[in-house]
Design a protein around this ligand. Structure first.
Ligand code: AVJ
Ligand code: FE
Length: 438
């Protein structure tokens, strides 16, 4: 955000860029073999992500916003996510880990020079308010979260720093009412919002109930134990095909030992903690659980209204608790811990309607397809959002424990294919009011 004092704004941007880079470097402080290997066909080798964030920064800050020539035109295609799908990336002649670190450090030096020189009041859409720096910063943090998913898939213990989440005081099953009426979805004014969050528009919704907390491991285990994975009544046709084809019987990384469930988390087995939000479930599993529970997934409009619409003030907040930047008492974000916090751990992060943990802990699957808002305009490039519209992606909201605070807000939209489980995703349920219920 550009304040009255441009130097202070630039210092803040530089500090945020530095913190983002520190994170990428920490996650890649592992042996070269771990960096160059492909841990799953769903993911890039870590060394690809590392050079890609630098290449993206070079493309957008140095070339597009500052008018520089390409530093290394011969490597551009390798780090273009659209030229090479993830599965192909290990076959590319990628920069070796040390070379990648040198390349991105060289880009960063030039980026800081460009920041120094840039007039942030220039109306150019990439330069105005330092938009392009917010773009690359959020991009780097999104890849940091992707790197964590890759590290989780790698099975190697000791690669990821842990931390202890606050404890929760959650009651059992609990839903909050979101009253009927229009609200403002999306944003036109948020300075760092992506194209897919724009423009702000009015959406009128009937009243609905939404879970106060994300669905916990305890609740999800009941679905499993009651035979939920074996009963096609609960599954969409595609979901049933997916679960049978892959013989899925529990969330990814879960294993049963007699009557107890365990999970592998960053290379170590541990008992599944009952009060934590379930994570590593696909959209298909979330959808089936909701049907089993006599509920459904919220639409993304419902999710956003429950997250941040202040009915009394008739205005959209940036976060459930207001407009203040997320602090440690609001939400579990930014990898302070390497896991979701138990339900009820963030009463101070409650939204105006009383929903908790909407931001942080786990990305939440919604019932909506990823599609453009009315009046959408692709910016700054079609491949960020536009080419994913109408292609079978489901919307996720709210960010996870791995998401950096700079890269999530009530309007932020994430998306993935309904079969994906390696991301840090869970869900909560919603339901319509019963006849006569007010
Ligand atoms: C918004 C998380 C779906 O990781 O594919 C990274 C973010 N875009 N580089 C992704 C992104 C370009 C994107 N998601
Ligand atoms: Fe990227």
């Amino acid at each position: 955000r550009i304040a009255a004092d441009p130097d202070a704004a630039k210092e803040r941007i530089a500090a945020e860029l530095d913190a983002g880079r520190g994170r990428s470097l920490r996650y890649t402080e592992v042996d070269d073999e771990t960096l160059v290997r492909q841990h799953s066909p769903l993911m890039s080798p870590l060394v690809w992500d590392l050079a890609h964030v630098g290449n993206y920064e070079e493309l957008w800050v140095l070339r597009q916003a500052d008018g520089a020539e390409a530093l290394r035109p011969e490597i551009d295609a390798m780090y273009d996510a659209f030229a090479h799908p993830r599965a192909e990336r290990p076959e590319l002649p990628l920069l070796a880990p040390d070379e990648a670190r040198r390349y991105i450090a060289g880009v960063r030096d030039r980026v800081l020079d460009a920041l120094d020189r840039m007039d942030l009041s220039d109306p150019h859409p990439l330069r105005a308010g330092g938009y392009v720096f917010g773009l690359v910063l959020q991009h780097e943090h999104q890849h940091a979260e992707t790197m964590l998913a890759t590290l989780q898939l790698s099975r190697r213990p000791g690669l990821v720093p842990d931390g202890v989440p606050p404890s929760g005081r959650a009651r059992g099953h609990d839903q909050v009412l979101v009253p009927a009426g229009p609200f403002q979805a999306g944003t036109s004014g948020d300075p760092w919002a992506y194209d897919n969050e724009r423009p702000a528009h009015r959406v009128d919704l009937p009243a609905f109930w939404i879970d106060r907390f994300p669905v916990t491991n305890a609740a999800y285990t009941e679905f499993i134990e009651s035979g939920g994975y074996g009963d096609p009544r609960w599954w969409s046709p595609d979901g049933w095909r997916w679960r049978c084809g892959r013989r899925v019987t529990a969330p990814l990384f879960w294993a049963r030992d007699g009557r107890r469930w365990w999970r592998r988390r960053f290379g170590r087995m541990e008992p599944v903690p009952p009060r934590e939000p379930v994570q590593h479930v696909s959209w298909y599993e979330a959808d089936a659980y909701a049907r089993w529970a006599g509920a459904r997934l919220p639409t993304e409009a419902e999710w956003e209204k429950a997250c941040a619409w202040d009915t009394r003030a008739q205005r959209a907040l940036r976060y459930p608790w207001g407009d203040a930047a997320p602090g440690p008492r609001h939400a579990n974000l930014g990898h302070r811990t390497a896991r979701p916090a138990p339900a009820g751990a963030f009463p101070e992060g409650a939204s105006p309607c009383g929903a908790e943990q909407m931001i942080g802990d786990v990305w939440e699957w919604t019932g909506s397809w990823f599609a453009p808002y009315p009046g959408f305009r692709g910016f700054p490039y079609r491949e960020y959002s536009e080419i994913f519209f109408g292609r079978g992606y489901r919307v996720l909201r709210g960010g996870s424990w791995a998401t950096h605070p700079s890269s999530v807000r009530a309007t932020f939209r994430n998306w993935d294919l309904p079969a994906r489980r390696q991301i840090f995703a869970g869900f909560r349920c919603a339901r319509d009011l019963a006849p006569g219920e007010t």
